[in-house]
Design a protein around this ligand. Structure first.
Ligand code: SF4
Length: 234
């Protein structure tokens, strides 16, 4: 029986996995389009229960009509509902955008605050959304524990925690802060393209040798290759 992995061994293995994922996905980045922090905040809120590509498709119309928090806070509700309609849950999403924009205007002078403690006080903004905005719009290191990140961190044997905040702290302890933002993207890209929730493509996985969950999906190279996606969900 192999000896249990030491903490140092875990840190080395985790960082090696991240390096290999960086080589595998050299284009990894936020798959939501945005031009400024306000846009990223809004599209991240809109991305709940839908795909990034659908959100990207409505983004030009949305921000052409309502480019600032002040403009969006004063939006005609029916018009906003019509724009976000293709994303589903359009009434709830419209309500979120109106409340979020109003809070930015009333409490932050129409600016997106660049601090976690402030972002999480905004309507509809949880820790995950706040960390996306901090990392990708402000360059402030944060770990974004979405469904992919949590699943992969557990499959890799990096943590057994299921609570997102505990996962965030456990993984943060394995990597230097400067690596956090890209680590998010590497795991999310791997989760969307190979390490699927159902049927991960283990036989076509570059980190199979370092993954204790190898075999959770097909190990046959041909069967596994058929499961690999070249881009995120449509
Ligand atoms: S070996 Fe399988 S479970 Fe492990 S990371 Fe690769 S696809 Fe995911």
């Amino acid at each position: 029986m192999p000896a249990p992995e030491t903490h140092t061994g875990l840190v080395r293995r985790a960082r090696k996995i991240d390096r290999m994922l960086a080589e595998t996905y050299p284009d990894a980045r936020c798959e939501l389009d945005f031009d400024n922090p306000f846009q990223l905040l809004v599209v991240t809120v809109l991305s709940a229960q839908t795909t990034d590509r659908r959100v990207n498709a409505v983004r030009p119309t949305l921000f052409a009509a309502y480019p600032t928090p002040a403009a969006m806070a004063a939006a005609d509700r029916a018009h906003l509902e019509q724009i976000v309609g293709p994303l589903g849950f359009f009434r709830a999403k419209t309500e979120s955008l109106l409340k979020l924009s109003a809070a930015l205007v009333e409490r932050y002078d129409g600016q997106v605050p660049p601090r976690l403690v402030d972002l999480v006080t905004l309507p509809g903004v949880g820790r995950k959304t706040a960390n996306v905005v901090l990392g990708d719009a402000f360059g402030v290191p944060g770990i974004t524990v979405d469904t992919h990140f949590g699943r992969l961190a557990r499959r890799f044997g990096w943590t057994e925690e299921t609570d997102p905040v505990k996962v965030e702290h456990a993984i943060g302890a394995l990597f230097p802060k400067r690596d956090w933002v890209m680590l998010n993207h590497h795991l999310i890209w791997h989760g969307r393209r190979r390490c699927h929730a159902k049927k991960p493509a283990c036989g076509a996985c570059p980190i199979a040798r370092l993954c204790p969950s190898y075999g959770e999906g097909p190990t046959d190279p041909v069967a596994a290759a058929a499961l690999v996606k070249t881009q995120g969900p449509a």
